[in-house]
Design a protein around this ligand. Structure first.
Ligand code: ZN
Length: 89
């Protein structure tokens, strides 16, 4: 594949906002996380873009941990079910 077939991964299309409390726009606001005064944000924006990325990463990590925990519980329940279910053999 030639270089001309590649796009700039960061800019090739506009994201669908919002992301974790950030969206661009024409308003002024204050980031609830880092307290910076921010320009050019949506009127409902509560995070600057870097804080929004951190928030999204934090939420994803918590969800991954929760999924791992639930999978462990499922595995334990399956093992218990095998113990209490009468064998057909
Ligand atoms: Zn911030």
């Amino acid at each position: 594949m030639a270089m001309k077939d590649y796009v700039d991964a960061f800019t090739h299309r506009k994201p669908k906002w919002p992301l974790a409390g950030y969206a661009p726009g024409g308003y002024l606001g204050k980031c609830y996380a880092c307290q910076v005064l921010m320009a050019d944000v949506d009127k409902r924006a509560v995070h600057c873009f870097p804080c929004a990325v951190e928030q999204a990463q934090s939420v994803m990590e918590k969800q991954r941990a929760m999924v791992r925990e639930l999978q462990e519980q499922i595995d334990k329940l399956k093992a218990v079910i095998q113990i209490v279910t009468p064998s057909c053999g």
